[in-house]
Design a protein around this ligand. Sequence first.
Ligand SMILES: [Ca+2]
Length: 505
Amino acid sequence: MYLSRFLSIHALWVTVSSVLQPSPLVWGHYDVCKTQIYTEEGKVWDYMACQPESTDMTKYLKVKLDPPDITCGDPPETFCAMGNPYMCNNECDASTPELAHPPELMFDFEGRHPSTFWQSATWKEYPKPLQVNITLSWSKTIELTDNIVITFESGRPDQMILEKSLDYGRTWQPYQYYATDCLDAFHMDPKSVKDLSQHTVLEIICTEEYSTGYTTNSKIIHFEIKDRFAFFAGPRLRNMASLYGQLDTTKKLRDFFTVTDLRIRLLRPAVGEIFVDELHLARYFYAISDIKVRGRCKCNLHATVCVYDNSKLTCECEHNTTGPDCGKCKKNYQGRPWSPGSYLPIPKGTANTCIPSISSIGNPPKFNRIWPNISSLEVSNPKQECYCNPLGSIHDRCNGSGFCECKTGTTGPKCDECLPGNSWHYGCQPNVCDNELLHCQNGGTCHNNARCLCPAAYTGILCEKLRCEEAGSCGSGAGQGAAPHGCPALLLLPALLGTASALGL
Ligand SMILES: [Ca+2]
């Protein structure tokens, strides 16, 4: 029984810096790894899932251009004025600071006038393509939490691909294609993120929204992270429980927002007309004034702090984990297999703390909250039958250290108990719904924590969607252009007010 509860000094020092969360009342949202609590047995640690704050990740990247000599100004050259293709006496000169446009000007502070920008050489070798790869590397897995925003100083390119890597640049996958004409450029039908749904959110699309060249005032290209989150969390990202629940249970979804590197492939500059004006090739070039990337270090929900030291980002791992992403158990803490923390149950999550290996047990009270029976567990000869629950444990016998090795979400000496946020269905499975925070919506009821039983008109994991939407047959009835008639609003969970800010949104 808890007699009282307070945030420890250790928990405090990592949270006071938070600007987004001024109130201690919302601290519970994965921003502390542990708190000290009083129980009848005295003071013990209570462990929680935790993650670093979302921040401006452009401060920590390395930028590389390919070809390396593509930046304008070496040798000096003239180019045509932005927006006035027949005034071609502007000069780029790498050796004169006022006339130079090096890559770092894509990441400096903007807000003053005029903007500072990187600029490429002009398309003087037309018809040979003018192509540039801009690679942003973090040497660390990071999780994106907001739109990637690229602001061009030139017209937005006619063709561009945004790519991502999850293995430090060894392999690349497309994130999004951008073109004035998707069919012509990439043999893809044009789509917008709004055409996607929960079920197709991972689809890689080609969009024509941002590639209208000189004819529009907008200079910005987005990769829409927030619109994709909104398929789960609702239009204003208020139902973060639903998003977190999905991120927790769907590795593919989580990986989708995770990168080590990004690569902007500029394939064809803005032409703005049907034909390239060969007499004025100094009209055509790329120039980018700003790139925004917000995210957080991926620490597998085992760290609140990510440090930047020696040009390297590293999670400060808690829960007896170690490694740059807290991806393994510390030496002497391998009493059960490593597992990432879990967002569930919201808002505290589950720490999945690494527990001592058999040889280092001797100080059990520290782990009482995580594994209540560990102090009373009689350690057996490893070869002895441990009666491990066959559904909850990885092997039916003890491991070399005399423990049953539990599957993810499972705990207890015999692996027959579920961690919070999980329920027993032939082993512990993460709750799909519950009566606390993962509510079934629109009148649905939660059945065995495993699925929502939805009213006839609704479908979706949390009954959040009209059945007719899925069949594409909504639309009779109210007139066209009306507010999204009948579309169910995702229910706001009052307890989660402020959770969006926990994700830095
Ligand atoms: Ca700039």
